[in-house]
Design a protein around this ligand. Structure first.
Ligand code: ADP
Ligand code: TMP
Ligand code: ASP
Length: 239
């Protein structure tokens, strides 16, 4: 496999073409952003930590029957993935209220959500990733009914698997965001699962161990991501 030209540089990752038109190299950079790119910083080791964290989680999801874009981890901060037509809809499950749902609905942070909520957001930084519903996705052609059903089913399945995985490590999976894309007609889980796109709290103390540490200037951002990985039995390499 030969890495070729950069196709896209996002807020936290860059994607590169390869000599195989069906495959991309995904490079996890140290760039960290929040509030749709309004707050940005470079955090040492974050690219490597998120790449290895993501590879670990994607393998667990794949083993649980969720088809993903992952081919293999290439280096500390790069992975090879299938090249998908991305669906511009972000799927969010919440087990506990935090973040935007508290602001939108006046819910106190920490309220248990039973059953968990499922929300869709349009992936569009310029518009601040507005919340949408299935009718919008259909009317504007962002996804088909069948794709929406698959995305919802896979997102809830991921919640079952990951909630237990984090609980076994003494953590609460508060919420998370997934992105999907289409590969030769099949909907696959894409992008990443890392502490950048979810909320994780210590089960006992409810200490925040995710990107809220960056959003809220709590410090020790990457150190907390490493702690989450350590609790799942991971070891990171930075070379
Ligand atoms: P953003 O675009 O939100 O700033 P990133 O910095 O994480 O996000 O950039 C990664 C980009 O790559 C995202 O736009 C994401 O939708 C896209 N992407 C993720 N996985 C794939 C894939 N398998 N094929 C094509 N594009 C992908
Ligand atoms: P929210 O509380 O800001 O709506 O976010 C819910 C969860 O989804 C939280 O873990 C962060 C994640 N998320 C992203 O990572 N990127 C996004 O663009 C959105 C809308 C949510
Ligand atoms: N991931 C989005 C951003 O980088 C939203 C957030 O995390 O606040 O802006």
């Amino acid at each position: 496999m030969e890495k070729r030209e950069e196709l896209y540089a996002g807020k936290a990752k860059s994607v590169y073409a390869t000599d195989n038109p069906d495959l991309l190299v995904m490079h996890f950079r140290n760039d960290t952003s929040a509030f749709d790119g309004k707050k940005r910083e470079q955090l040492e080791r974050k690219g490597a930590v998120n790449n290895q964290f993501n590879a670990f989680i994607m393998e667990k999801l794949q083993a649980a029957g969720i088809a993903t874009h992952m081919e293999k981890q290439l280096s500390a901060d790069e992975s090879l993935v299938k090249r998908l037509d991305m669906i511009p809809v972000e799927c969010v499950v919440r087990n506990i209220a935090a973040g935007s749902i508290c602001r939108r609905l006046g819910i106190p942070e920490g309220t248990e959500l039973n059953p968990p909520t499922y929300e869709l957001f349009l992936k569009n930084d310029a518009l601040g990733d507005p919340m949408i519903n299935e009718s919008h996705a259909l009317s504007f052609g962002w996804a088909t009914q069948e794709q929406l059903e698959t995305m919802q089913k896979l997102t809830f399945r991921a919640n079952e698997v990951l909630r237990q995985l984090f609980l076994d490590g003494g953590m609460l999976l508060v919420d998370f965001k997934l992105e999907f894309g289409v590969f030769h007609g099949e909907v696959l889980l894409a992008d990443e699962f890392s502490p950048d796109g979810c909320r994780l709290w210590d089960r006992q103390t409810r200490e925040k161990l995710d990107k809220d540490r960056f959003r809220q200037d709590l410090g020790n951002v990457v150190e907390s991501y490493e702690e989450v990985g350590r609790r799942l039995g991971m070891t990171f390499s930075y070379a």
